[in-house]
Design a protein around this ligand. Structure first.
Ligand code: CAA
Length: 380
């Protein structure tokens, strides 16, 4: 398969690379340490068009393809995976869903602000007892005529306190199981909507992750996305594309760790020579490079499938499964190449190793990707 990039793709990749080096790299260690959200940097990402890349230009987006998006995601993730998860959720889970399934009024009111980064979005599906088992939603939205009344708790929500608009998945008819689930746009500040405490995380510590509590929140009916009962399909379709973004994030973390290890191996000396001259190190770098190239092919295949209008459930799940394992494996090896220096913050690889783990967990664990893949291949 030929993944030849166009001039435009290369320009976008280079712009993201420059942005990551000049704006994200300074301060990335400190933000990780203090669990500080990259507020100024995310604002600039919006100004540069990185927060609504695939949204139609008529709603303020970049009108770009998925290949452009994964190229930018990889570059940002090489340096700062906390910033790239904000980008990923806003682009894939919030903007894409609204652009494809929102009505005209919802797009005018919400998408135009989200696509430019003037506002930030969050996607709220997970619950204390419904992470992988997404059909078991306990959050309810009861139909009261012209509005719904929303009650429940959502967990591990990315952009939990920084978002302005939240897409909330809730059960509207328990009898109908997953066909009685709907998706709603909820605004920060609505009565009864409370933001819970911030999670203390292992990695992506610059992103803000919270639980959200809804106590009799009145949601106007016009804020429901799609037909009654469309919520579960909406979530699944949105997550399918989201997985390509997270696969690109994982690829970025792996590439970032590999590049640091390669450079380090050229300057660090042991036993009278640069460590790259020892096969123990050179073979590690060979394995890392090979896995990254394989992951890149899967990510590009999934992005191209989406751009061509083909089904990307399978290719997206395979890309996420493989790229996230690659991120973890490569980051661990990058720490090993750095020896003692790999274990301290200033060399960056220990952070990349901590950040890598989440890519095997969010937007569907590796086990969930295997469910999606096995169902798909066994159905054929
Ligand atoms: N596209 C469209 N429809 C889909 C679909 C898809 N990709 N996948 C499933 N569906 C539909 C099915 O067709 C079915 O509909 P009908 O019954 O009407 O035909 C319905 O959804 C139920 O499908 P399943 O029977 O396959 O559902 P299931 O209960 O067996 O679960 C699952 C499938 C793949 C395991 C799903 O529950 C899943 O993806 N779970 C993981 C959820 C997840 O990714 N959570 C992450 C939270 S978000 C996050 O992490 C964001 C963040 O902050 C970074």
């Amino acid at each position: 398969m030929d993944f030849k990039l166009t001039e435009e793709h290369l320009m976008i990749r280079d712009a993201a690379r420059d942005f990551a080096k000049t704006e994200l790299l300074p301060g990335v260690i400190e933000r990780d340490e203090k669990q500080e959200f990259p507020k100024e940097q995310v604002k600039k990402m919006g100004e540069l068009g990185f927060l609504g890349m695939m949204v139609s230009p008529e709603y303020g987006g970049g009108g770009m393809d998925t290949v452009s998006y994964v190229l930018a995601m990889e570059e940002i993730s090489k340096i700062d995976a906390s910033a790239s998860v904000v980008m990923s959720v806003n682009n894939s889970l919030v903007c894409w869903g609204l652009d494809h399934y929102g009505n005209e009024a919802q797009k005018e009111k919400y998408l135009t602000k989200l696509a430019t980064g003037e506002s930030i979005g969050a996607f709220c599906l997970s619950e204390p007892e419904a992470g992988s088992d997404a059909t078991s939603q306990k959050t309810t939205a009861i139909d009261k005529g012209d509005h719904y009344v929303l009650n429940g708790t959502k967990n591990w929500i990315t952009n939990g306190s920084t978002a302005d608009y939240y897409i909330v998945i809730a059960q509207t008819d328990v009898e109908k199981k997953h066909r009685g689930i709907n998706a709603f746009i909820v605004e920060k500040g609505w009565e009864g909507f409370e933001i819970g405490p911030k999670e203390q995380k292992l990695g992506i510590r610059g992103s803000d992750t919270h639980s959200l509590i809804f106590n009799d929140v009145k949601v106007p009916k016009e804020n429901r996305i799609g037909e009654d009962g469309f919520g579960f399909k909406f979530a699944m379709k949105t997550l399918s594309g989201g997985r390509i973004g997270i696969a690109a994030q994982a690829l970025g973390i792996a590439s970032g760790a590999y590049e640091l290890a390669k450079e380090y191996s050229k300057v660090r000396k042991a036993f009278g020579t640069e460590i790259m001259n020892h096969q123990a190190i050179a073979f590690k770098l060979a394995d890392m490079h090979t896995s990254i190239e394989a992951a890149r092919h899967l990510v590009m295949k999934a992005a191209c499938d989406k751009d061509k209008g083909e089904n990307y459930d399978l290719s997206g799940a395979m890309a996420k499964l493989f790229a996230s394992k690659t991120a973890m494996d490569v980051a661990v090896e990058a720490v090993q190449v750095h020896g003692g220096n790999g274990y301290v913050k200033e060399y960056h690889v220990e952070r990349l190793m901590r950040d890598a783990k989440i890519t095997q967990i969010y937007e569907g664990t590796s086990e969930i990707q295997k469910i999606v893949i096995s169902r798909s291949i066994l159905r054929d």
